[in-house]
Ligand binder design. Structure first.
Ligand SMILES: [Zn+2]
Length: 140
């Protein structure tokens, strides 16, 4: 793998920041950019350190396989109740899955930058204005 291959992850994150996606999994990013999930996961952790992303841990019931809790830190002492089977589930590494969210502040920043890249349509307005003026001129 080349050093700059992981830049694709930055681009992926910036694109997703403009979409209404609540959270995503490292496997989805790895599949999209075509890189090993282990490398992508390390890169995503870097983006967490840069405050672009927030890492969350999904706790899934080992019986029902549904997500029963979302932890912002990997606290293995916490227990969750499964809303399907009612069991008390002790958090353990086997039933915890990492997911990522775009930091809302970074999302706002990316949206703002995207607006600056494609500023409104002042040219069209100007075009319509000058065309009307011409018509006005002809009629008078
Ligand atoms: Zn359950």
């Amino acid at each position: 793998m080349r050093q700059w291959d992981l830049d694709k992850v930055d681009k992926w994150v910036d694109e997703v920041a403009l979409l209404p996606i609540a959270k995503f999994y490292p496997s989805a990013v790895a599949k999209d950019v075509g890189l090993p999930v282990q490398e992508v996961f390390i890169k995503l952790q870097e983006l967490v350190n840069q405050k672009k992303l927030i890492c969350i841990w999904e706790v899934r019931c080992p019986e029902c396989l549904v997500t029963i809790n979302e932890l912002t830190s990997l606290d293995l002492s916490k227990a969750s109740i499964c809303y399907l089977c009612g069991d008390e589930i002790i958090t353990s590494p086997e039933i915890v899955f990492p997911a990522f969210k775009i930091n809302p502040q970074y999302k706002a920043y990316i949206k703002e930058s995207a607006k600056k890249k494609h500023p409104g349509e002042p040219k069209k307005i100007f075009g319509a204005y000058s065309r009307n003026r011409k018509l006005y001129h002809c009629h008078s």
